[in-house]
Design a protein around this ligand. Structure first.
Ligand SMILES: [Zn+2]
Length: 378
């Protein structure tokens, strides 16, 4: 499983960075008299024209959520990226904040896990809490539930919440092996229920079933009709749902294969050979990355896996003379209800590449250079 470990070690280093230190004795405040005021960074009314479901979360897109033209990028610091204007801002509205790790109340350095855009704000988890940011930080509930699995495997974090999915008005709130549903309109919270047999690296749902892929490569399916879950496969490291189909990556002799199945997982078709876990199915195409070769080539193909074309990345950074662009390992994220695809990559994960859905060319290049944690800079 060398390929997966590469991704896991990247995620782990991101976690370590979260607790890393930076900033030293620098001032925690800046003079904002001549800078843009901090009160409009949020991007306006996110409920306007909001029609986006987030049916999937996996290890490669946990860091993003999308609303309209605003992409929220998990930090530190947390950022918003306007993919139309290219404007990048720290996700913080504390007046005069310098957005350093030691800045008092800087939102950019809060625990802001698995951010998920919804009509009424950004939902996220912070350890054992489900929270909502709608201009203020609000705690929706604190989880005190756990199963034998959490008790045995992470006794110090057995109540922690993790991934969130939003489907229509229902927010699926995951712990390690269990889930709640929370209706964001009626504010009703369900009892917790167990959905999987291990730590879920990926969760997906069509609202009738929940599919998970765990850290030991097992896939599980939970059925809301029977309230039961069962194991459905091995060597499966990610799962997604899109438009009536379940897509999953299963390794065969160390090569990741992309399969598409019906929602009962009765019949499956192999679509792509050598498709790493960071694939994305859009309305009309599949974006994915090879992982067996060192070139990490990225491609777009039709929904049946055919007609693959390599993505054309820009060769040089127009803002830094002579700096070659290496796409590297890509975090591919859906762009909400837009017809775009975003990929975060670069040698230091310093770029957002925006692609019109169906195209093989990057239409906009956005640099996060000024906003990355200093430890990430070259
Ligand atoms: Zn700040």
């Amino acid at each position: 499983m060398k390929n997966l470990s590469r991704s896991l070690s990247i995620s782990l280093s991101a976690l370590i960075l979260l607790s890393g230190c930076s900033g030293g004795n620098e001032s925690v405040y800046i003079d904002t008299s001549d800078t843009e005021s901090g009160d409009n960074y949020f991007g306006g009314d996110i409920s306007e024209n909001f029609s986006y479901n987030t049916c999937n979360k996996n290890i490669m897109n946990d860091k993003f959520t999308f609303d309209g033209s605003l992409l929220y990028v998990s930090g530190p610091p947390e950022m918003t990226v306007d993919i139309n204007s290219g404007q990048v801002r720290v996700f913080c509205d504390v007046p005069g904040c310098a957005h350093k790790e030691n800045s008092p109340d800087c939102l950019g350095y809060n625990n802001f896990w698995y951010a998920t855009a919804a009509p009424d704000g950004i939902y996220y988890t912070d350890s054992d809490k489900l929270c909502l940011y709608d201009g203020e930080q609000k705690v929706i509930f604190t989880n005190d539930f756990f199963t034998d699995y959490e008790e045995e495997n992470h006794p110090d974090a057995k109540n922690d919440l993790s991934k969130l999915l939003l489907i229509d008005n229902t927010l699926y709130v995951f712990g390690t092996t269990f889930c709640y549903t929370y209706d964001i309109q009626t504010k009703q919270l369900s009892e917790p229920f167990k959905v999987t047999g291990g730590v879920s690296l990926a969760v997906a749902s069509d609202g009738k079933k929940i599919y998970t892929a765990t850290d030991s490569g097992e896939m599980y399916m939970y059925d809301f009709d029977t309230n039961e879950y069962k194991k459905t496969g091995d060597n499966i490291w990610t799962v997604q749902y899109k438009n009536g189909y379940v897509y999953y990556v299963q390794y065969e002799n160390e090569i990741p294969m992309l399969y598409r199945a019906d929602t009962e997982l009765k019949e499956s078709v192999k679509l792509i050979e050598d498709c790493y876990v960071n694939f994305l199915v859009t309305e009309s195409h599949i974006y994915y990355q090879n992982f067996s070769d060192e070139a990490l080539g990225a491609y777009v193909c039709d929904l049946d896996g055919k007609n693959a074309k390599p993505i054309q990345f820009p060769k040089e950074d127009p803002n830094v003379v002579g700096k070659a662009i290496v796409p590297g390992l890509l975090y591919i994220t859906p762009a909400g209800n837009t017809d775009k695809v975003c990929m975060k990559g670069g040698a230091y994960e310093e770029y957002i590449f925006v692609i019109e859905d169906g195209s093989d060319e990057v239409s906009k290049l956005i640099s996060l250079y000024d906003y990355q944690d200093p430890i990430n800079r070259w």
